[in-house]
Design a protein around this ligand. Sequence first.
Ligand SMILES: [Zn+2]
Length: 238
Amino acid sequence: MTAIRPRRRRRGSHALARLLKVAATLLVTYLYFAYAPDPYNLARPLDVTHPPTIVNDLKLRLGGVERCYQALARSGIELERLPDEVKGPGCGFEDVARLDQSFITWGDGITLTCPMLVGLAWWERHSLQPIAQDLFGSQVQRVRHFGTYSCRNVNNADGGRRSEHATANAVDVAGFVLADGREISVLKHWGDDSPEGRFLERIHDRACDHFDTVLGPAYNELHRDHFHFDNGGYETCR
Ligand SMILES: [Zn+2]
């Protein structure tokens, strides 16, 4: 009886297979960086006029403050960077800017960290406007807000930890004025079975794609008249 000997693999075919694998990887990498559309391409600079994608989110988180501000400048958003300031124990800000004009008018009192400003720009352009257009056939012209920076603790408590507002890393949004004159208010319309109520519900849910923390009237009584957004790193959407 003859024993069946295992066939010896040829060293040459192994080397060729490896070479082809490396060549294919290089080709795919080249094609990705050369041709992937900007919102999905890590080599292209962040552009807030493009839709937020997982790649854009990575660019924002890993790109650093200067690239963040460059992205806002490219989009035409007007702002003034402010000097760092310590205002009290646990209060003050670093690398913030005062918003003068975004895609929508916010009025005075918007001083925020750069990733928060990018979040607002994304929310305006890719959530507020398309949803307003869909429900009302009109655009949001103005946002009503309760401000950003405030040296205080979470929930205005006497003790406990500092709010993200204490480092200009949070904003409270109270309502909207549309181009057709219609007013939408979190206090008046949240929970309504009306286009205004549906608008608030949809933009609240979409905000959770742009900020770490999103709190609204469903969270607690203190938020009955506004949405709170911050980038403090605590992921919640309520
Ligand atoms: Zn707040």
